[in-house]
Design a protein around this ligand. Structure first.
Ligand code: TYD
Length: 202
């Protein structure tokens, strides 16, 4: 039987990464084989592209094409083979991030996004997308507390991140079947309880 594909999304500072490994461990306790991966990245070439994407200034369309190039590699070499073997794939960000960041945040033309998505994803869509949502001010505070250097996206102004957040929320409304909005301003145990309830349903 084909495995399930679960993606995590949210603005920077939403804290989704701490839940990725927790969810994978919870699924493993159920006896499932789980691959944890991320975008941009997830393959040796994808990780090199990530380095560029996070640090090197570039044209919006170059950025979008590189995101999708890394994604093509990731789908072909990691995601599809794992799903075909019956494994579950838990991925920190996927195509919804391009919709939200390059589309909502930077204003990429929607038809260009749809063309690339159709080409690169073919018919692959996540079975479940967990959208970690919280007010921008709380997210910013978390990033500041982490006290590390910021990448190109994290350095963007507040209005950019507000547009990213709104694009995610609009998309979650549009794809209500697969996307679940998680209130990420709550404590870790409260969020884990919600996640447990959601994964029971898939
Ligand atoms: P992120 O996954 O948040 O990594 P970390 O937790 O290490 O900060 O960072 C990846 C960044 O890439 C994030 O700011 C969003 C951005 N991004 C896009 O702009 N478009 C995309 O399609 C993807 C996958 C990520």
């Amino acid at each position: 039987m084909r495995g399930k594909f679960i993606t995590f999304e949210g603005i920077d500072g939403a804290g989704k990464s701490s839940h990725v490994n927790w969810l994978a461990d919870t699924l493993r306790q159920r006896g499932l084989t789980v691959q944890v991966t991320r975008e941009p990245g997830g393959t040796p070439l994808g990780e090199k592209l990530r380095e560029l994407l996070l640090n090197e200034p570039m044209h919006l369309e170059t950025e979008t094409l590189l995101m999708f190039a890394a994604r093509r590699e990731h789908i072909a070499r990691v995601i599809e083979p794992a799903l075909a073997r019956g494994e579950w794939v838990v991925c920190d960000r996927f195509s919804d991030a391009t919709w939200a960041y390059q589309g909502g945040g930077r204003g990429l033309d929607k038809t260009k996004f749809l063309t690339l998505e159709h080409w690169v994803l073919d018919h692959l869509q996540p079975d479940l997308t967990l959208l970690f949502d919280l007010p921008l001010a709380v997210a910013r505070e978390r990033i500041a507390l982490a006290n590390r250097s910021l990448d190109r996206f994290e350095q963007e102004r507040a209005d950019f991140h507000e547009r990213v957040r709104q694009a995610y929320l609009d998309r979650a409304q549009h794809f209500a079947q697969r996307m679940r909005v998680i209130n990420a301003s709550r404590s870790l145990p409260e969020i884990q309880k919600t996640l447990e309830e959601i994964i029971k349903t898939i």
